[in-house]
Ligand binder design. Structure first.
Ligand SMILES: *Cc1c(COP(=O)(O)O)cnc(C)c1O
Length: 357
């Protein structure tokens, strides 16, 4: 793919205090844009100065939520080099989301090339401090300029970059999770397995209500029987029960996380049994009560691993591992982050150096 490059003539001042970056608030000097027209395909791949878009008020994305996205990170190793972690997996998932949403797909290698080229141009924006990273946000939207309801004939694919602070600036700490018993996030046959903005829109109310009650996030139950565990806000969930790891199977309504997949591969390589299956809320409560529920953690690109210390369901509150970080939870976090930041050899071939130090 040929990418036209228009350098930003007015580069911004890079943040000097990386401890104040937060998440997704600061953006780099450039962005990637490419357009698709029905009958013509993708055209005009370009990297241009970061800035506002001009979008027609009738654009499909505003009215019918035709939007999908991805999230991954570029990591700076101690020697200054910049590394990527399994970007091909994000490219593949973007296309799976696109197919479900009647949006056009993009050759995987073009998506990865666009990410690599943009990150290389804005390489000086990849932060240096421990735990910081450059968050990469590819997204696609329908942009037909009329209100008729049907498959789109114009799409825009874009990538923006945001230097982000460490997820755990004060160290990893177990969180309180509320199991949602009213709202549901997704159903099989719907869009649960896609990374689409609409899934998030429908989840915000429950998230806010949980926060008001002092919880960090909600854990969703399946949308049909409200009986089986699905996932947490933007993370998949895993349980350690009697020495074995159990996580909900990919059933069409949960997001197939790349962190989830990587942890399962890591566990199996280390000889730890990991099951992907249905797990009911009754089973979780029973195991919590009889002491066989040893650890619970969420996993996703942002946090990598997030220990769960408390689970609330209806009027019950379960404390897991005395509200402390579990041994396996900590080990998985240490192993995965060591691979991502290049502190340890990567036996899986998940990472590669994009820019030498
Ligand atoms: C992105 C996301 C995840 C985690 O996926 P990763 O690829 O591990 O970052 C889990 N659940 C939802 C709903 C998500 O959007």
């Amino acid at each position: 793919m040929e990418i036209r490059i228009e350098k930003n003539p007015n580069p911004a001042q890079k943040p000097t205090d990386e401890s104040k970056l937060g998440f997704g608030r600061v953006f780099t000097d450039h962005m990637f844009v490419m357009d698709w027209y029905k009958g013509k395909g993708w055209e005009d791949a370009r990297i241009i100065p970061f800035g506002n878009l001009s979008v027609h008020p009738a654009s499909t994305v505003f009215h019918y939520a035709v939007e999908i996205f991805e999230g991954l990170k570029a990591y700076r190793a101690a020697d200054g080099s910049i590394r990527l972690f399994r970007p091909i997996e994000n490219a593949r998932r973007l296309n799976n989301s696109a197919i479900r949403m009647a949006m056009p797909t993009i050759p995987e290698e073009d998506i990865v090339q666009a990410i690599e080229t943009l990150v290389t141009i804005d390489k000086d924006w990849v932060p240096h401090e421990d735990g910081t990273s450059l968050y990469i946000r590819p997204f696609m939207m329908g942009d037909d300029e009329h209100l008729g309801v049907h498959g789109i004939s114009h799409a825009r694919f874009m990538i923006i970059l945001s230097p982000s602070g460490a997820y755990y600036p004060e160290g990893m700490a177990p969180v309180k999770i509320m199991i949602e018993d009213e709202d549901v996030r997704a159903v099989r046959g719907g869009t649960g397995f896609t990374k689409c903005g609409g899934n998030y829109a429908a989840s915000l109310r429950a998230g806010d209500r949980a926060e008001e009650k002092g919880f960090t996030q909600v854990l969703w139950l399946d949308g049909v029987e409200r009986k089986y565990i699905e996932e947490v806000g933007a993370m998949n969930i895993m349980f350690k029960i009697n020495g074995k790891v159990v996580t909900p199977e990919l059933n069409g309504s949960i997001l197939p996380g790349i962190t989830r997949k990587s942890i399962l591969e890591l566990l199996r390589k280390n000889g730890i049994e990991a099951e992907e299956r249905k797990i009911s809320i009754d089973e979780v409560m029973e195991c919590a009560e009889n002491g066989s529920l040893e650890e619970v953690w969420g996993c996703g690109t942002a946090a990598v691993v997030s220990p769960v210390g408390w689970l609330a369901f209806e009027d019950k509150m379960f404390c897991i591992n005395n509200g402390e970080i579990g041994e396996l939870t900590q080990k998985l976090y240490d192993e995965l982050t060591a691979i991502q930041w290049g502190k340890k050899e990567d036996p899986f071939g998940w990472t590669y150096t994009l820019v030498e130090g």
